[in-house]
Design a protein around this ligand. Structure first.
Ligand code: HEC
Length: 103
């Protein structure tokens, strides 16, 4: 193989790997959430990515979450599903505990 062709091949590989990485991150796998590895963080990761990408608890203030949680509780005008009762408490606990707060 000529060195020009090899360079082209390497460049192509780099591009493909980058695209895969970007795709993974934008799917929400790269979203950092607090208390990673704990049962509640896992529950959050599992339950809140069934229908859309992960929205990190620290990305919104407690006040904003209160509005959203009203929707999560089934008062949604736009159709946000209610949380199943068995996961409601731990999920809301986790979200509110880790919501964005100015320090
Ligand atoms: C069964 C599907 C489903 C699950 C599970 C789900 N969502 Fe949603 N989510 C939606 C839909 C549909 C919308 C857009 C409609 C809406 O805004 O009400 C949405 C929108 C949102 C929004 C954008 C703000 C809003 O309400 O418009 C946030 C924040 C959100 N979800 C957070 C969560 C969190 C946190 C969880 C886990 C506790 C969760 N979602 C689980 C379907 C789901």
């Amino acid at each position: 193989m000529s060195s020009g062709a090899r360079k082209l091949l390497i460049n192509l590989l780099v591009i493909i790997v980058s695209l895969v990485l970007v795709a993974t991150v934008s799917r929400g796998c790269g979203v950092k959430i607090p208390e990673e590895g704990t049962a509640q963080a896992l529950l959050f990761r599992e339950r809140c990515t069934e229908c859309h990408d992960l929205i990190a608890p620290q990305s919104m203030t407690p006040k904003m979450w209160e509005t959203i949680i009203g929707r999560l509780d089934g008062n949604s005008k736009r159709g946000h599903p209610a949380l199943p009762t068995e996961v409601r408490e731990p999920l809301l606990d986790y979200i509110m505990r880790n919501a964005y707060r100015r320090r």
